[in-house]
Design a binder for this molecule. Structure first.
Ligand code: AMP
Length: 218
């Protein structure tokens, strides 16, 4: 199964993919995670793209598409499928993803638009905490770790992403509205768009996706 998770920052794409990747056995590919790993490693590409992430802008299409192409190249043979999270983010990336997959005889089954209200996403982003070691996601009000500041899964330290501050969030939202929202129509035109209410809490959103997957199989 190849699924694209679409939605504003804070819609819950990473949380949903994290909750389902083991169950579905699909690769969870988050370009945000790939980009943060490059920045953390201090690689030449990491140094080049840091400024885009810190300002809440988008990393250039060609850089992100190359990351995706390399990841698909390494994994396409295992036929596990994918959950793309945070990619595509522009119309040009959406067209590139179709091309990359086509090279391996693959195509997207559907794009899941996680529709969330502004108030909900703002609350989620400002309270979000991430494990420095394994990337697991937490929230200061509704997904607290058992021990403050420590990841339940691996014991890693929890931190707040530098781009999860009010000013950068505003920029990310306007970038989303301008560059990413149009992709919803791209998938609608392909007849591949499914929409779920992402204001619901994580468990309900997960059930909604499982229901769609079930319908797809029958
Ligand atoms: P995320 O973890 O998905 O919220 O992404 C964090 C940041 O990484 C974004 O604000 C962008 O600066 C960058 N980024 C992630 N995915 C993409 C993408 N597909 N295209 C361009 N920039 C991206």
């Amino acid at each position: 199964m190849i699924v694209v998770l679409l939605g504003a920052p804070g819609a819950g794409k990473g949380t949903l993919a994290g909750a389902l990747k083991d169950q579905l056995g699909a690769h969870h590919i988050s370009t945000g995670d790939l980009i943060r790993a490059e920045i953390k490693a201090g690689s030449p590409i990491g140094l080049e793209i840091k400024r885009y992430v810190e300002s809440g802008g988008l990393v250039p299409d060609e850089v992100v598409t190359k990351m995706i192409a390399e990841t698909v190249k390494k994994t396409a043979q295992d036929k596990k499928g994918y959950m793309f999270d945070g990619f595509p983010r522009t119309s040009s990336q959406a067209a590139d993803l179709d091309k990359v997959l086509k090279d391996y005889g693959l195509s997207i089954d559907f794009a899941l638009y996680m529709e969330a209200s502004l108030a909900v996403v703002l609350k989620r982003l400002t309270g979000r905490r991430v494990c420095r070691k394994c990337g697991a996601l937490y929230h200061m009000t509704n997904m607290l770790p058992k021990k403050a500041g420590v990841c339940d899964k691996c014991g890693g330290e929890l931190y707040q992403r530098t781009d999860d501050n009010e000013e950068t969030i505003k920029k990310r939202m306007s970038v989303y509205n301008e560059s990413t929202r149009p992709i919803i129509d791209f998938y609608k035109r392909q007849g591949k768009l499914k929409t779920i209410n992402a204001d619901l809490e994580a468990g309900e959103v997960k059930q909604a996706l499982l229901k769609i997957l079930n319908e797809q199989r029958h």
